[in-house]
Design a protein around this ligand. Structure first.
Ligand code: GLY
Length: 558
């Protein structure tokens, strides 16, 4: 791969050696990778108890919401890419948040017409209507084998028992302390001292009770009844605009994923309201199928950056919730359209994105997990509450920390959000509309091998998934996919961001006009790979994060 500096990453790291040499219909075991060992253990426990990948997805997402409360949770949303092996059916479960019905286009504009960033990011006004509980209900009803209560058991235990304070959690709590102090319900994340004792645990009793209620009554208890009434009352009391109707109306949607054919690969990834599938399809078209055959790294990178630039500008102009705006997806991802986009491509010069602002993209707080079960069912899911600890607002009496996903809308044309992304009318705020996302749970099929991958990272999710796919297509194993150094360009700001270890021919690319900035490492990719021909499993968790990957081989007689 063009970016690899660490020779060790090229080693073959399949965790099972000497696999079968015949094709197998089912995996030889199950495999999963998540952003936290407690979530990986919970998923494995469910798989070993007879649950399938969908039961495990409920358990993993519920535990992640407790042990990584800064990244995702029941107060947020996400996308679950699902494959039901028995039906040979792949679908994207859209559990993205929706704007409240009282929301309007200028919700976050102050008297001068500028975006009030505090209101867009902090407190209940920043929160969309959450989708995670509805996703659990849908998975439990249509795909899973175990009762919802069984799959939520580990998460309830972790919430009651407390999460051991680790440096990442402590830093995140400190970073959001000012917002937590505004809201009494958020005191669970306020530390008594800047130097807490080493055995400190973060206990989330309120959330444990809420999850126990869902376990007993079903996920719909989130959207109607006493819990919904408390949520709405507390949101409104603290300046939010939710109504009971918002919660009652919320539904997850099954959508057809975006499928891209490139060289000998089939890439299945997120559809709108995630922008990433459309961007990836455009970028692969703009690269052309011979891109990998080019020997000179700087020539490849120049074309890649120019393709990304054009696709991110397209994102800003055209993409939004397909249930609210007419997005001509087929046209946008066609080969003809890619040719038009690249008509002004100059192999010697960088195009200008007409840099209008200097906002630096943030890495984002989101989480991803990949799960494959012994029957060949799989889940690749990316879930979020948007910024670090979302809105910072816990609705008193519920333990539920709300997202600040409303900032993923374009609050004002040309005004950058948390990720430095701009947008237009297509992603303007409207009642009941889903905000555009970058989350991209992905599956890649190539030569009898399946890779499940995804990562958090805000606007950088798209480029990380792109690089992960390209590396997989060049034969990289799971460990290389999660650990290789990264590069990012999103048109605006007009800069190429690289990690400290990323190797590119900077001199040649700068001579063409590209501007580089070395940034702190980003991303937290979780990968599972299944070689169906060799009956081998591989899995890895990004070394930048705290996560873990597990493979459990099954006895042939099981
Ligand atoms: N909130 C980050 C995203 O959905 O892209």
């Amino acid at each position: 791969m063009f970016l690899v500096k660490r020779p060790a990453l090229l080693l073959c790291l399949f965790l099972l050696s000497g696999g079968l040499s015949t094709a197998s219909a089912n995996p030889p075991g199950h495999a999963l990778a998540t952003a936290h060992p407690a979530a990986t253990e919970a998923g494995l426990e469910i798989l070993n108890a007879g649950g399938n990948a969908f039961d495990a997805a409920i358990a993993v997402s519920a535990v992640l919401g407790i042990v990584e409360p800064y990244s995702s949770g029941i107060g947020g949303g996400g996308f679950f890419l699902l494959h039901d092996s028995a039906q040979n059916h792949t679908t994207m479960l859209d559990a993205r948040e929706r704007a409240p019905l009282a929301a309007h286009r200028d919700l976050y504009l102050d008297a001068d017409g500028n975006v009030d960033r505090d209101r867009a990011l902090n407190g209940p006004l920043a929160a969309g209507i959450p989708g995670i509980a509805a996703a659990w209900g849908h998975l439990a009803e249509h795909y899973a084998q175990l009762p919802l209560a069984r799959s939520l058991k580990s998460a309830i235990h972790h919430a009651r028992d407390g999460v051991p304070l680790n440096p990442k959690l402590q830093r995140a709590m400190a970073a959001r302390a000012e917002t937590f102090l505004r809201y009494p319900g958020s005191s669970v994340f306020v530390l008594d001292s800047p130097n807490p004792p080493p055995d400190t645990r973060v206990i989330q009793d309120g959330l444990a009770s809420t999850m126990a209620l869902l376990a007993e009554k079903g996920a719909q208890a989130f959207y109607r009844g006493p819990l919904a009434e408390t949520l709405v009352a507390e949101v409104r009391d603290a300046g939010g605009i939710w109504s009971l109707e918002d919660l009652e109306q919320y539904r997850v949607v099954e959508r057809e994923p975006i499928t891209i054919h490139w060289r000998d690969a089939e890439i299945v990834t997120a559809a709108l309201p995630s922008a990433t599938g459309v961007i990836l399809a455009q970028v692969f078209n703009m690269l052309g199928e011979d891109w990998l055959d080019e020997n000179r790294g700087d020539v490849r990178i120049h074309r890649l950056i120019e393709a990304l630039r054009r696709a991110y500008l397209e994102r800003a102009e055209h993409l939004g919730d397909p249930d609210h705006v007419d997005v001509p997806v087929e046209q946008l991802i066609s080969a003809d359209y890619a040719r038009e986009l690249m008509a002004d491509f100059d192999p010697e010069r960088a195009t200008s994105s007409q840099n209008l602002y200097t906002a630096e993209p943030e890495a984002g707080n989101t989480t991803h997990f990949s799960i494959l079960d012994r029957d060949g069912n799989w889940v690749s899911a990316t879930l979020s509450i948007n910024g670090l600890f979302g809105s910072g607002f816990i609705a008193p009496g519920t333990g539920i920390l709300l997202n600040n996903e409303m900032d993923d809308f374009s609050a004002k044309p040309g005004s950058p959000n948390l990720y430095g992304l701009v947008g237009s009318e297509a992603n303007a705020i409207a009642p009941g509309k889903r905000m555009l996302s970058s989350m991209a749970p992905t599956a890649v099929h190539r030569a009898n091998t399946l890779a499940l991958l995804g990562t958090p990272g805000g606007s950088r999710i798209t480029t990380m998934v792109m690089q992960g796919i390209l590396q997989f297509l060049q034969g990289a194993d799971a460990k290389s996919l999660v650990s290789s150094p990264r590069l990012h360009h999103q048109a605006l700001p007009d800069k190429v961001f690289i990690e400290p270890d990323t190797v590119v021919d900077q001199e040649r690319l700068e001579a063409k006009g590209h501007v580089f900035e070395v940034a702190e490492p980003w991303g937290n990719m979780q990968v599972v790979v299944w070689d169906t021909h060799e009956a081998r499993l591989d899995a890895a968790s990004d070394p930048r994060g705290l996560g873990s990957a597990k493979i459990e081989m099954l006895n042939i007689n099981d």
